[in-house]
Write a protein that binds this ligand. Structure first.
Ligand SMILES: NC(=O)c1ccc[n+]([C@@H]2O[C@H](COP(=O)([O-])OP(=O)(O)OC[C@H]3O[C@@H](n4cnc5c(N)ncnc54)[C@H](OP(=O)(O)O)[C@@H]3O)[C@@H](O)[C@H]2O)c1
Length: 313
């Protein structure tokens, strides 16, 4: 039987964090699905205005929703540390437990840009920031005795021909916004696989999963790829995606399945179930051979620890 949102169990008493919960995006619907099942959800986003709007709308859609908001800019290592502290200290009253972290936020194919830490913007937002956030929240996740980490990847990871080991400093030649996006989404899978191996080895009661939404009509193009071209071309591109894509609500299903389905093998990657993985009921899907390469995962892990300054167990 295909998985549906009615398979989400009662989540009363569970605490979750969802990054990137802006209205109209996938994170909003992930948060809504968790709240509707009774979880307490922390919305972690970079704009207070958007956090307020998302939280007001969620309270209206899910009467009695228990939610909180935390400022989190994944593109700044210092802001990630502050956000993690706010999540752990303020929200969970002194440190835990946390049952679920959904690393959903991301940018796609932005023009070349450096962050305050002198990192590539896409790699910082999509990989290094979530890597640091996850490490900083590992303790409250372990405290729950059943912590889950779900990280959002993309079918675009299939276009990456090599692991993103040249970051953050080496960028030779012309910048390819789509090439770097693909590598950042490959990084999400390498991260999940290595994380799962390490959690198991350390004997921690936390498991790691990955998901991808297929193609969903959200703000992703407007926030990133559209900035590389002039406005009329951007509008045509966005209209084309809208015509082909599924709703952001359906785009949230794979992450919701990965977040809540107890029978999933740890490390599973979940995506839409149709032949092209573009839409439909979610199910376990496969990643490229490179995404499953343990050597590449280990090397990226070492680079990520050096870059972010965190040491995992
Ligand atoms: N839509 C698709 O078809 C598709 C396909 C494959 C994978 N994905 C993945 O799905 C995830 C969600 O994307 P979406 O489609 O829902 O796009 P979206 O509507 O643009 O949502 C992205 C979210 O990430 C947040 N974000 C961006 N930069 C951030 C930063 N520096 N710090 C904190 N939050 C930040 C955005 O905040 P603001 O609102 O403040 O910008 C927004 O809340 C991404 O990881 C994306 O790569 C999407």
């Amino acid at each position: 039987m295909p998985w549906t949102t009615s398979d989400i169990p009662d989540l009363t008493g569970k605490n979750a964090v969802v990054t990137g919960p802006t209205i109209g995006g996938i994170g909003y619907f992930i948060a809504r699905g968790l709240l509707a099942a009774g979880a307490r959800v922390v919305l972690a986003g970079r704009s207070w205005e958007k956090l307020d709007a998302a939280s007001a709308s969620l309270v209206e859609e899910v009467p009695g929703a228990q939610l909180d908001r935390v400022a989190l800019d994944l593109s700044s290592l210092q802001a990630v540390r502050a956000g993690a502290e706010a999540i752990a200290d303020a929200t969970f009253e002194g440190g835990g437990p946390l049952h679920l972290l959904v690393n959903n936020a991301g940018v796609m194919a932005t023009p070349q840009s450096r962050t305050v830490d002198d990192l590539d913007l896409q790699m910082a937002t999509n990989h290094f920031g979530p890597f640091l956030l996850t490490g900083l929240l590992l303790e409250p996740l372990a405290e729950s005795g059943e912590g889950r980490i779900v990280t959002m990847s993309s079918m675009m990871h299939k276009l990456a021909r090599k692991a993103p080991l040249g970051f953050p400093t080496v960028q030779v030649g012309r910048y390819s916004p789509w090439g770097v996006y693909s590598q950042s989404k490959l990084a999400n899978l390498l991260f999940t696989n290595e994380l799962q191996r390490r959690l198991e080895k350390a004997g921690l009661p936390v498991t790691a999963y990955a998901a991808h939404p297929g193609l969903a009509s959200t703000h992703l193009m407007a926030n990133g790829a559209s900035k590389n071209v002039i406005a009329p071309i951007a509008s045509i591109g966005e209209a084309a995606v809208r015509a082909m894509a599924q709703t952001p609500e359906a785009g949230a299903w794979p992450a919701l399945m990965a977040s809540t389905y107890v029978e999933l093998e740890p490390g599973t990657y979940v995506g839409p179930g149709d032949a092209l993985e573009g839409r439909g009921a979610p199910k376990p899907v496969s990643a490229t051979r490179l995404a499953r390469d343990p050597e590449a995962a280990r090397a990226l892990w070492e680079l990520s620890e050096q870059t972010t300054g965190i040491a995992y167990p």
